[in-house]
Design a binder for this molecule. Structure first.
Ligand SMILES: Cc1ncc(COP(=O)(O)O)c(C=O)c1O
Length: 399
């Protein structure tokens, strides 16, 4: 069982998979073995280059398959944020273009858009999705509401839409393929940037990744890979139209040429967005984690297990007086967000639970607490969390 392979889960009650997943011991061993191999063969010798190329090629191919895109569309990155920002900043914008950003995006991505807008004289509009409260049983109504809001907030000048696949605060899934189809009918055909931080490793990503222009993910959350390795799937038109932004030898067709007058020095494929030296041993670690996930069941079965746990927690919390759940029904995936309006501040709740070895996180907007359930969660963990919250809710009702 995957759970038994994760030392991080042995000594705590863990619900922060959306922040970072635990690294299984076999994945750590795979990283160490790869690092050793590099030292045996190299580190900087002709003997090591084939090994490094093979590691990169194998991982790129596997991640491309995962995302349902051709190999040349998959960029290896270090995290979600660089996967979003590197291609985003290279898109062909003109002054006066508008960016439409959902109101549930991560602060790092939002401020990358704000700074891009300042430099290129773009305007920003907001796509409201935070107020949506539909649970899994009401997914169709949720999707319809997202598409209606999209239609109302798109303008003739919109050149880019930014929307996460799975909202990190409310826990809802967004209808990415339908959004992509709607944007295709828009006269400007705006680019679609999708933050997949919470989806990769948790829900199926291939259809959304293939439909989006920029689909950026990380291995270190739901996929239980090492921190420092992610990827981004790019559309053909992004590859054709976007210029590289942070440039280094890996972006170049010929890394040995430094002449100033080279006509097209950059790779034509995804590698134009790769930069320079990175940590190759992590690749073996992520591949190992993905293999371990698959051994637990296919993507659909794993999501069913995740939903089973999140529905159970949602139902238990729903029974507790003084708890407000963000969604009106059990969630579509593993994120359960809630608040104790009359209880201690969210940071204080996190601290008090942490003192009991129970780890959830607080979020600022909307101000709430978030517990993540994964295939590695257990019924005992749910009982511990529910009882601890019950106590907090009871204490606050006494004051
Ligand atoms: C929705 C979302 N986007 C972006 C990030 C940032 O991830 P990274 O550090 O991999 O760039 C996170 C991390 O929590 C996230 O939840």
């Amino acid at each position: 069982m995957l759970r038994d392979l994760c030392p991080a889960l042995a000594n705590k009650t863990y619900f922060n998979y959306g922040g970072q997943g635990p690294l299984p011991t076999p994945s750590l061993d795979a990283i160490t073995a790869s690092w050793q191999r590099i030292q045996e063969l190299g580190p900087f010798t002709n003997d090591v280059w084939p090994y490094l190329s093979q590691e990169i090629h194998t991982t790129r191919r596997q991640l491309a398959q995962f995302c349902g895109v051709a190999l040349h569309r998959l960029v290896l990155t270090e995290n979600v944020t660089t996967g979003c920002v590197l291609p985003l900043w290279g898109l062909p914008f003109s002054a006066g273009d508008r960016l439409l950003i959902s109101d549930c995006e991560h602060p790092g991505i939002v401020h990358a858009c704000v700074e891009l807008a300042r430099r290129q004289q773009l305007a920003i509009d907001i796509l409201p999705v935070k107020h949506l409260r539909h649970g899994y049983d009401d997914q169709t109504a949720c999707n319809r509401a997202v598409l209606e809001n999209l239609e109302q907030t798109l303008t003739p000048q919109t050149r880019l839409v930014v929307l996460s696949h799975l909202l990190w605060n409310t826990g809802q899934t967004m209808p990415i393929t339908e959004v992509a189809a709607a944007l295709n009918h828009h006269p400007q055909q705006p680019f679609l940037l999708v933050d997949a931080a919470q989806s990769f490793g948790q829900i199926s990503v291939d259809e959304a990744a293939a439909a989006a222009d920029i689909y950026a993910f990380t291995g270190h959350k739901w996929a239980c890979g090492p921190e420092g390795l992610g990827g981004v799937a790019l559309s053909e038109r992004v590859l054709a139209d976007a210029q590289p932004t942070v440039i280094g030898w890996r972006s170049l067709k010929d890394e040995s040429k430094a002449q100033l007058d080279l006509e097209e020095p950059f790779h034509r494929d995804s590698r134009r967005f790769e930069i320079a030296t990175s940590c190759v041993p992590l690749l073996a670690g992520l591949r190992c984690s993905l293999k371990l996930l698959e051994e637990e069941g296919n993507a659909a079965d794993r999501l069913m297990q995740i939903r089973h746990w999140s529905a159970q927690l949602w139902n238990e919390l729903h029974k507790i007086e003084g708890i407000e759940l963000l969604l009106d029904g059990p969630p579509p995936a593993g994120l359960v967000s809630f608040s104790l309006p009359h209880g201690p501040a969210t940071k204080e709740v996190v601290k008090q639970l942490g003192q009991q070895g129970i780890w959830i996180r607080d979020l600022a907007d909307p101000n709430c607490l978030r517990a993540c359930l994964n295939i590695t969660s257990t019924a005992d963990e749910l009982v511990l969390l529910t009882n601890a919250i019950k106590h907090l809710a009871k204490d606050s009702s006494l004051h």
